[in-house]
Ligand binder design. Structure first.
Ligand code: GUN
Ligand code: ZN
Length: 464
């Protein structure tokens, strides 16, 4: 029998209905001014409704009053690179030059397990501080580093899907593997982590440009060997990259086909970017139920292009958001939501106008659906696990003032996407366990002990 552990009282937003779907009424989100959420000791939402009603039905439950802030579902990031925390902010280069000069030199340092453990600490802290409770994480080329990531994510109980990144060409030698080793190391990692706690395995060739047919075939073998494994990679990000891939795979129809011919695309597959898709590629992605991780700050920072959201939606391709750290400019999905909105504005008539409800959906329930977790998280409905964040902007900030003077819930949600950042994410819960409190991180089971503040994280910037 489940017992109600806690009753949360809050002003809350979520998107149980897809605002992109025909028939979803405006404004495309659900808002409750005085919501009651009863949460069981297992972290499952067992009742929701007006606070007075839920409280009357649970007279003995402890009440946590969050009305000073705004409660949202935990944010879901469908594309973020674990080894790239320290290269965020290198501006001025297109994709292939940025990889060569910034990302790949740093990624080689993760061959050192001690360094990898330090980066895992910084990376997971970055996710929690941003309010990201579920993520599909591009791992490392080194298996012990992937172990370090899963270990650190488990300390906070985060929902992380990740895996070994594999490549056998076009990258620096230390980052290359063989098809045999790629298969063996991935299966070994999956046997340690897939399905353990909230961890799941993602088969991860870096991109077809650096993965031959032999490595892609090895990836397909891992997908076959690991029941329920995810698949993730990059696609159609940059025009030079796309032209190179077409040249490398003359026997394939297009970039999407380089994965599809190996059977790698299905409903548990997520491809990042897709800034330059062909109509035929969109049709294949839709037919496979494969999702696209839209990474707007990265696409702008690298000058990759303007994401054609309308073409994806019209083709029936599922889209969610990714911050794509470190080409992306930070962990916050509020920033990605705002950048997604900007891009659609800049596309003019070709753009898909986005309202605040779309942005909340893209950064929560759309991501949960892309990651096969639509029944578990993504909104605050009865039966879902209570993954949530509470925003409490510091007094006197533009967001604090804006929220106090907003004329409607939709206006307030627009202000959140325009103005919110890590400093506003006060509390974070995963399955009812609080892992950040007042902006301080708190590993699961650590009780009220404060581990490390934002200020402390800012100073721990040296390697090793
Ligand atoms: N394509 C292959 N690797 C990467 C990466 O690390 N970042 C981005 N943005 N695109 C990639
Ligand atoms: Zn990426």
């Amino acid at each position: 029998m489940t017992s109600v552990a806690v009753l949360y009282r809050a002003r809350a937003y979520d998107t149980p209905q897809d605002p992109f779907a025909d028939g979803t009424p405006a404004p495309g989100f659900r808002y409750d001014d005085d919501l009651g959420l009863a949460v069981s000791s297992e972290g499952v939402i067992t009742a929701r409704g007006p606070f007075a009603t839920v409280a009357a039905a649970h007279p003995d439950a402890a009440v946590i009053d969050l009305r000073a802030g705004i409660l949202l579902p935990g944010l879901v990031d469908t594309h973020v690179h674990f080894p790239q925390v320290r290269v965020i902010g290198a501006l001025g280069m297109p994709l292939l030059e940025w990889l060569e000069r910034c990302a790949l030199p740093e990624e080689q340092h993760l061959a050192d397990p001690a360094y990898a453990a330090t980066i895992a600490g910084e990376f997971v802290a970055g996710l929690v501080a941003a309010g990201t409770t579920t993520s599909l994480v591009f791992g490392s080329h080194f298996a012990p580093a992937v172990d370090a990531l899963f270990t650190e994510a488990a300390r906070f109980g985060l929902r992380v899907t990740s895996g070994l990144v594999v490549s056998d060409r076009m990258l620096p030698d230390p980052l290359l593997t063989t098809p045999e080793r790629a298969h063996a190391e991935a299966v070994a990692l999956a046997s340690r982590w897939h399905g353990r706690g909230r961890a799941r395995y993602a088969v991860t060739p870096r991109f077809s440009l650096s993965a031959s047919d032999a490595v892609l075939a090895a990836c397909a073998a891992v997908v076959a060997d690991v029941e329920g494994a995810f698949f993730t990679s990059h696609v159609n990000e940059n025009l030079t990259e796309v032209a190179t891939v077409h040249g490398q795979f003359p026997h394939r129809t297009d970039y999407v086909d380089t994965y599809d011919q190996h059977g790698l695309l299905g409903p548990r597959s997520v491809l990042a970017h897709n800034v330059h898709p062909l109509d035929g590629e969109l049709a294949v992605l839709a037919a496979r139920g494969t999702s696209v991780a839209h990474c707007p700050s990265s696409n702008s920072a690298l000058g990759s292009g303007l994401f054609r959201l309308r073409r994806h939606v019209d083709a029936g391709v599922r889209v969610a958001l990714g911050c794509d750290v470190g080409a992306g400019t930070g962990f916050s999905l509020f920033k990605e939501g705002l950048q997604a909105y900007f891009v659609q504005r800049l596309l003019g008539d070709a753009g898909l106008p986005l309202a605040p409800g779309h942005l909340l959906h893209l950064s929560t329930s759309a991501g949960a659906a892309a990651l096969g977790l639509a029944d578990v998280v993504g909104d605050l409905s009865v039966g879902k696990e209570m993954d949530a964040i509470c925003l409490r902007p510091p007094a006197g900030t533009a967001l604090d003032i804006g929220l106090r003077h907003a004329g409607s819930p939709e206006e307030a949600l627009g202000k959140i996407f325009a103005l919110a950042g890590d400093a506003d994410v006060a509390d974070v819960w995963v399955a009812g366990e609080q892992i950040a409190s007042g902006g301080f991180l708190r590993p699961v089971g650590a009780g009220p002990v404060v581990r490390r503040s934002r200020a402390a994280r800012r100073t721990s910037s040296t390697r090793g």
